[in-house]
Design a protein around this ligand. Sequence first.
Ligand SMILES: C[S@@+](CC[C@H](N)C(=O)[O-])C[C@H]1O[C@@H](n2cnc3c(N)ncnc32)[C@H](O)[C@@H]1O
Length: 272
Amino acid sequence: MSGSSNYVLGHSDAEIERLQLQAKVLEGPTRRLIHECGIRPGMRVLDIGCGAGDVSMLLADVVGMNGTVVAVDRERHAIDVARSRADQAEYSQIEFDVANDESFERYAPFDAAIGRYVLVHQRDPAQMVRRTAAAVKTGGIVAFLEGAFQSNGDVRPPNELYRMIGDSIVSACRVVLPAHDVTGRIIATFEEAGLPNAQVIWESIVAGADSFLPRYVVTSYRVFLPIIQQLGLDHSEIGDPATLYERLLATAAASRAQFVSLPQVGAWAVRP
Ligand SMILES: C[S@@+](CC[C@H](N)C(=O)[O-])C[C@H]1O[C@@H](n2cnc3c(N)ncnc32)[C@H](O)[C@@H]1O
């Protein structure tokens, strides 16, 4: 599947697992963005690039049984996984479809549209924001949550193994994600798309050694490793990926380490 995928990491089972771990790490910032941007019960909401469907299910909880979530992704495998997870969790108000940003308007009009970790994958993020805005009503909401890959994560006290893992991943992201730094110009990107006055939340997740955060980072490292090696960005001192999490946890737990994620940036605006 990944061989034919446009999405840089493909949709292997390992990547779907990584997206689900990522969803746990990002749940707080996503809930805060959904609340702050004004998504409410009864709304019809578009989830752009839904991946494994985690944002779609958070949205379904908010819009309730009188609302609708339309979840689209350009990759069929992602839609199949998302649909089966939503069926299992008994969400009946989510409609899934294979679609890219050229066809969002097919499902319009929406009260709101939201995408998580999709703008960083676009060659022209303003174009995606513009196409999203075209699918929402006047007065409707356009929102995105993206990682700030121009920054680095952190850990205190410093941990050399974690620094090398983080450095390999973020350096690879800066090469392969066409808009890895879109959060640094998110207000201008919204403006270019005809959405003035974007509001922005810029936050990091902070968590202890035995938490989703280091587990997510190590899983990301394993998924990214072929790309990291291909780009010559690997640190041989990192050692065997199979034992990496246990080794990191041992040193981090001994120093009672505190991990700080990359900034997670939620931006939203109302369509004038
Ligand atoms: C990093 S994943 C994020 C998945 C999900 N939003 C989440 O946060 O769990 C990015 C997803 O966006 C999809 N995607 C990227 N560009 C797209 C586009 N132009 N139209 C539709 N889907 C797109 C990819 O196929 C992939 O599933």
